[in-house]
Design a protein around this ligand. Structure first.
Ligand SMILES: Nc1ncnc2c1ncn2[C@@H]1O[C@H](COP(=O)(O)OP(=O)(O)OP(=O)(O)O)[C@@H](O)[C@H]1O
Length: 234
């Protein structure tokens, strides 16, 4: 049986072809268990965005294998017929900017994805309220995004990422605009949510404030990953 969480084996991505081809990912290996938050760091141009885009099924890898939540989604080709449903139901995204919808209140921002996935409105809103409570945002459930601080907006975006109970969350520089205290609070919440919801979380970051907090840390350099902190340290 394939284990849940995230497992990447020998992932490759080439942009273009011939003389101008760029091998952005050459040999990426990485695993994240359910309930675990793992950091991914690397210099500019090392392949971080390319890896997140492959994992998020936004671009197609050139080879290798990706297993998300116990399902092999890519093995030298996509193994899943509906990539849009995969992105909506199996992966939560957290970005540097919260990208909340300005004309929906906090509850509906979180409830929107379950509604789009076909859940009844009442059930989607109940799920949103439960997550907002867990993230200590229930007192702002009817507020508009513009009425929230940056840290509060980021908490709402974490609730939104969890709304469809995805086995995987991909976070791209989630703390970049936040001060130290709020950045550490966001990482603490990601850890708490990962444990409570058995979610595997990858955080791509340059943020020196949060890098020391990861129990396991991967470094990507020139399209290859190395585990620099944790059990498989190389
Ligand atoms: N669409 C594309 N076409 C061609 N080359 C690309 C494309 N996107 C990225 N690359 C190249 O692939 C390599 C990896 O880029 P990527 O954006 O994944 O790096 P990164 O680690 O996210 O960098 P940064 O931290 O600066 O955002 C770089 O050499 C980049 O120039």
């Amino acid at each position: 049986m394939t284990e849940p969480g995230i497992r990447i084996e020998g992932l490759r991505k080439r942009y273009g072809q011939g003389d101008t081809a760029v091998d952005a990912l050459k040999d990426v290996h990485l695993h994240v268990a359910p309930g675990e938050v793992v950091g991914l760091v690397g210099p500019s141009g090392s392949g971080k965005s390319t890896l997140l885009k492959c994992l998020g099924a936004v671009i197609e890898p050139s080879g290798g294998r990706m297993v998300l939540g116990g399902d092999t989604i890519y093995d030298e080709g996509w193994k899943t017929p509906d990539l849009r449903a995969l992105r909506r139901d199996r992966i939560g995204f957290v970005f540097q900017a919260p990208y909340l919808i300005p004309f929906l209140d906090v509850t509906d921002n979180v409830a929107l994805l379950p509604m789009l996935a076909g859940r009844p409105n009442a059930e989607a809103r109940a799920r949103a309220r439960e997550l907002l409570k867990a993230l200590d945002m229930d007192h702002r459930a009817r507020a508009q995004p513009s009425e929230l601080s940056g840290g509060e907006q980021q908490r709402v975006s974490i609730a939104r990422a969890l709304a469809n109970r995805p086995p995987v969350i991909l976070a791209d520089e989630p703390t970049a605009p936040l001060d130290s205290e709020r950045a550490l609070a966001v990482v603490a919440l990601l850890n708490q949510m990962a444990v409570q919801h058995h979610t595997a979380v990858i955080v791509v970051t340059h943020d020196e404030k949060i890098i020391p907090t990861f129990k396991r840390l991967y470094h990507i350099r020139d399209g290859r990953t190395h585990e620099v902190r944790g059990e498989g340290q190389t």
